[in-house]
Design a protein around this ligand. Structure first.
Ligand code: ADP
Length: 332
């Protein structure tokens, strides 16, 4: 059985229409009331893969109390191993609120500056490093947001630990997910450069690369991929096709093969909420790719899953809304 460990933060989602405040108790009326990029990917991967064959673990810190217990319960029901999820005595779970203006444009307000997940590596470094270097999960998945929530010392610690992990044979998967609201480009750049050089598979959204590096076309991204010899890179471009680059040692002049995979066609009115599109894409890709499928088949399924998720509101859609994309073993 293979194993993959995800690291990041899960936040509680509040909707302005719900008339809830940040101090109030949040009642869960559906599965879509929480989210976080790496958690979303872990969860969609758990739904679309055979968790008897691939152990999917999530590492984060929640708070004490009923809400955290409910989250743990839901994740376990989804097939996620929560052994590395801890519950802080004195910190809370981060929250975000979605405001929609009269033109239907969405904006996010975050309350995560002192959330429990930010302190995970300080408090749980032994548990976490054992999983990577002693127990040795096969894959480790993190994102630009996983890095952004940490302080500088913890970011450096994580990247050093990942270097040891990689030298011991571990495979690293990185999603760029650059959020300017969390850190500015000049702060973020050195950490992105290190993360990218460690990555075996990198998921890059073109817009995030543009705002981080100041590029205006894919050419800049390609130069970096070539410089760092990243084995497998998927560039997502919203409704446009994704590009899959694979490093091949056989041709020094043309070291990368390139595939262009069309996205699933949706009509404008079918796109309801693009929240978690990239997270679902990564999950769909890994569901196939970690199961030895080709990059083409993996990218097709990634598009299919992402295009399904954006046809419903919320980061996490219901099981019914994606039942046809899940393996039969989930329903036995
Ligand atoms: P992110 O969420 O990281 O910003 P993108 O916006 O590039 O990522 O979207 C990720 C994936 O979601 C795309 O590669 C595609 O599969 C799917 N997607 C996004 N927008 C659309 C759309 N309008 N129509 C069809 N698929 C879409």
């Amino acid at each position: 059985m293979k194993s993959i460990l995800f690291f990041g933060e899960c936040m509680l989602e509040e909707n302005a229409d719900d008339d809830l405040n940040f101090d109030g108790e949040l009642s869960f009326c559906g599965a879509s009331r929480y989210g976080g990029d790496t958690l979303n990917t872990a969860l969609y991967l758990a739904r679309t893969t055979d968790t008897e064959q691939l152990k999917i673990s999530f590492a984060t810190a929640l708070s004490k109390g009923e809400q955290s217990e409910k989250l743990l319960n839901m994740w376990q029901l989804e097939g996620i191993d929560t052994k590395l999820v801890t519950q802080s005595h004195d910190k809370s779970i981060g929250r975000y609120r979605i405001n929609t203006n009269i033109a239907g444009e969405r904006s996010f307000i975050y309350d995560r500056s002192d959330s429990a997940a930010k302190y995970y590596l300080q408090n749980e470094h032994q548990l976490f490093s054992d999983e990577l270097t002693k127990i040795k999960c096969d894959y480790f998945y993190f994102s630009g947001i996983s890095l952004a929530i940490l302080n500088v010392k913890d970011r450096q610690y994580l990247l050093e630990l990942l270097t040891t992990y990689k030298n011991g044979g571990g495979k690293i998967i990185f999603d760029n997910n650059y959020r300017e609201i969390l850190w500015r480009g000049e702060q973020a750049l050195p950490f992105y450069q290190q993360a990218m050089q460690l990555a075996d598979i990198a998921f890059l959204t073109d817009e995030d690369e543009f705002s981080l590096y100041g590029d205006s076309s894919v050419d800049g991204i390609l130069q970096r991929i070539h410089r760092w010899r990243i084995p497998e890179v998927i560039i997502k471009q919203g409704a446009d096709p994704c590009l899959v680059y694979q490093y091949k040692t056989s041709d020094i002049n043309e070291p990368y093969s390139v595939k262009t995979i069309e996205s699933t066609t949706l009509l404008n009115h079918q796109v309801v909420d693009t929240c978690a599109a990239g997270d679902a894409f990564a999950a769909g890709y890994l569901a196939k790719r970690l199961n030895e499928k080709s990059t083409t088949e993996s990218a097709h399924f990634a598009h299919l899953l992402a295009s399904r998720v954006i046809q419903f509101s919320g980061a996490i859609i219901t099981l019914d809304e994606m039942a046809d994309l899940m393996p039969e073993s989930k329903f036995q």
